[in-house]
Design a protein around this ligand. Structure first.
Ligand SMILES: [Zn+2]
Length: 344
């Protein structure tokens, strides 16, 4: 199957995932209804979910006032927490090191959605499971699509990997939150402006660091097609990915691997870069066969997810710094020091 065919197959598989989520949510709600006779079947899903959690002894955080926000990917959650600051609470659905392409809503996730004033999502088709989850939770708040207004290329949803796009997403989140909570509009706007300034300093630093490497030698081979906007921003040529798909759960064929080894040899790429959410085994095998270096483990790149607290990629800014440092060093450059204020 060619790359276009694989991407289509990947999109079709996403539809299957959505159907599975819907079926699972329906059966889960049916379970709640027959195990909790005190609850009227006609009661809103919100009440069903909340009561069931209380009865089952789960610790449920009661609303304490202020804006309640639920966000999707780790990157969007990081942007949203920074903009919201102390003016509300943010619950991130996708956890560190989890793929951004699939999500299995837990009872807690559905309850958080049911209580939220605002949901912030990446958009561009990444969260295929979202409408089923919102419907099941009875979400009645405001939906902010952080990537709104950003032009995608070939339907690629990984827009956040461009630090310029990240600045726009932060602005869109702040504008959307201000419409819902006008009393805190000044706070959202100031937090966003401060963060955008840090992201701009990050962009400038990364551009200068990459400038040490001639453009013809900035050749990237990764696990999946997750960094194309990053590549475009820093004039990096994307040679290919082990998984020829935007979805990190797809699998390559033997012919795909042979084609990529050939592309590596012809391009003169010096390394294969694994990503934190994907097994490094294929990247290591590929690098061995193509006689190039492999960067995995602590040197793996952050693409679809941020890392846990304490890791090198716990925040969007830290993850981007990590990626720039790994790439610049692998291509023979030297890391320069960060300008003041990039890291909080
Ligand atoms: Zn991805």
């Amino acid at each position: 199957m060619d790359t276009v065919g694989r991407k289509r197959a990947s999109r079709e598989r996403h539809h299957g995932v959505v159907a599975n989520v819907s079926a699972r949510i329906r059966s889960w709600l049916a379970w709640l209804q027959c195990h909790n006779k005190a609850i009227c079947v006609a009661t809103a899903v919100v009440a069903v979910v909340g009561t069931a959690l209380s009865l089952s002894g789960c610790s449920v955080v009661q609303p304490t006032g202020g804006l309640r926000v639920v966000s999707t990917t780790t990157q969007v959650s990081d942007f949203t927490r920074t903009v919201v600051g102390d003016a509300g609470t943010v619950y991130g659905l996708i956890r560190a090191n989890q793929t951004a392409h699939e999500f299995d809503p837990s009872a807690r996730a559905l309850w958080e959605l049911s209580q939220a004033n605002v949901v912030v999502m990446n958009g561009q088709g990444l969260e295929q499971w979202m409408s089923a989850a919102l419907e099941a939770a009875g979400f009645h708040g405001t939906l902010i699509v952080a990537s709104e207004g950003i032009e995608t290329v070939d339907g690629d949803p990984h827009v956040w990997t461009s630090t310029i796009n990240a600045q726009r997403m932060v602005g869109t989140i702040a504008t959307g939150l201000s419409r819902v909570d006008a009393a805190h509009a000044d706070v959202f706007s100031a937090n966003a402006a401060n963060y955008q300034a840090r992201l701009q300093a990050l962009t400038t630093w990364a551009t200068d660091d990459f400038a040490q490497i001639p453009e013809a030698e900035r050749l990237l081979v990764t696990n999946h097609d997750g960094l194309s906007y990053f590549c475009r921003e820093f004039s990096i040529t994307f040679i290919g990915s082990i998984i020829p798909s935007f979805d990190d759960n797809s699998e390559p064929s033997a012919a795909d691997i042979d084609r990529l080894i050939d592309a590596i040899r012809r391009s003169g790429a010096v390394a294969v870069f694994s990503e934190t959410t994907i097994s490094a085994k294929l990247a290591e095998t590929l690098a061995r066969e193509a006689h190039v270096a492999v960067y995995s483990g602590a040197d793996a790149l952050y693409a679809d997810t941020l890392g846990p607290t304490g890791s090198a990629g716990a925040t969007y800014i830290e993850a981007t710094i990590h990626n720039v440092r790994v790439l610049v060093t692998a291509w023979g450059g030297t890391n320069t020091s960060l300008p003041e204020g990039v890291l909080a």
